[in-house]
Design a protein around this ligand. Sequence first.
Ligand SMILES: Cc1cc2nc3c(=O)[nH]c(=O)nc-3n(C[C@H](O)[C@H](O)[C@H](O)COP(=O)(O)OP(=O)(O)OC[C@H]3O[C@@H](n4cnc5c(N)ncnc54)[C@H](O)[C@@H]3O)c2cc1C
Length: 484
Amino acid sequence: MPTITRHRPFPMEAVPAWDGAADVIIVGFGAAGACAAIGAAETGADVLLLERNAGSGGASGLSGGEIYVGGGSDAQRAAGFDDDIGEFEKYLLAAGGPCADADKCHAYAAGALSHYQWLKDIGVPYRGNYLPGKHIEPVDDSTLIWSGSEAAAPFCDIAKPAPRGHVIQHMGWGGGRPLVDILEQRVRDLGVRIACNVRVAALIADGEKIAGVVARIDNRDHFLRAHKGVVLATGGFAFNDAMRAQYCPQSLSLSDPIGDKDDGLGIELGMGAGGRAIHMDQFFTTCPWTMPESQAYGVFVNVAGQRFINEDCYHGRVTRTAIDQPGGRVYLLLDHAHFSQPLDLARMDIAATGADWREVESELEMVAGTLSATMDFYNHHAREGRDPLFDKRIPILTPLDKGPFVALELNFARSYCSFFTLGGLHTSDMGEVLDGDAMPISGLFAAGRCTSGLPAWGHGYSSGLSLADCTFFGRRAGHAAAAT
Ligand SMILES: Cc1cc2nc3c(=O)[nH]c(=O)nc-3n(C[C@H](O)[C@H](O)[C@H](O)COP(=O)(O)OP(=O)(O)OC[C@H]3O[C@@H](n4cnc5c(N)ncnc54)[C@H](O)[C@@H]3O)c2cc1C
């Protein structure tokens, strides 16, 4: 019998006997897998959903349940933001930066409002109100927040700013679990067959076409036939150290992967079948340094005392750019008026204090005239309401010139920098897995963080983009698989 491996499909002619069959087999019961199952089942297909855990969830069930929606939702309009589809698409493209998939950005910009309506129709509750300020997730049950860099340069000059983070009505953090529960209910209502404690180990190929999966159930291999297609929805690879070292080595400076097991299996299955993985070096990371919010008025410098970003942009963009700096750490500089004790969770310690910036510079053992010159330059222009280097905008642009002063250390080895991977299988906007020539692999589909999707570029990530991608393109992948 041929070896059962993730690295190449098992030949169908060697299957000893089929242990089961469905039109469409979905691998993974997070948000992407649930929506793929719904998309397939809504066409009338017989769908089998396989999950290695004891139940649904994955990273999606641990998440905040925030979904990036633009173009003029009810909550946006009620709060006085006249977002439109064109501006929304421009932002999606800018957030994807050099990795943006123009087809996916276009499809999502055009379909986001009806997708949001669909979420409401299946029972996802939204309170409908707007919560101003900088939030990682709402601490109450509010709906609409600024969840990216929309109001900061260069994004605010590319697309008209509007808040687009739409959060399920849920008290506090952790709206992902109720979101997945609602998706699961829809999956069950549509009659999808669900099998948990089932780990898919390989794909099965009938010549060039993917025709099923090999699944481990009760320590025995089961051969499951997919008449129409297989949808991979297995999440990213944040917990697979070997894959991180091979594809995403910059993430090795961080020690707080978030998600479920995220072992990259779906990506390897897809690659083994001839699929191409793209943007594998991209990752999201953030330290909750904007909590309390007053810290956002601070200035970040690297170990050379140089600024590197406009600090008014999304906390994840700041953190991701910080990781690019030399020396394994950066400092957040604050004055007396804006300093508050950081969250314990952030693990950001006070590295230096001083009556003036020269004293802080000396305590940090920086070369004399570096950090102090940075702050003289910054304060001089901030008094005029300008930031000629990085275009930070008022009101967050404010002089930090009344001591005492403090430098908080964001140390990549010690501080809390959560991260997950963004690279994955190259898919069409219908979820087809594409090969090196951008041609679909027959019978193979994928969605969510085992693909590269809307959240493609770590420096442009905005909260809500991942679940937007999982739910929207998950449905399309399921639909396309069933239509094969
Ligand atoms: C704490 C936290 C907060 C977050 N908040 C947000 C947010 O508010 N908004 C947002 O957009 N993003 C958020 N994210 C990111 C987002 O949750 C994930 O990127 C997204 O949920 C990934 O969904 P997925 O369906 O691709 O993978 P998952 O939800 O991880 O689902 C994959 C499933 O596949 C299963 N699986 C894997 N391998 C196999 C196998 N071999 N056989 C069978 N089953 C398998 C796994 O067990 C898992 O259940 C957050 C993440 C975390 C951890």
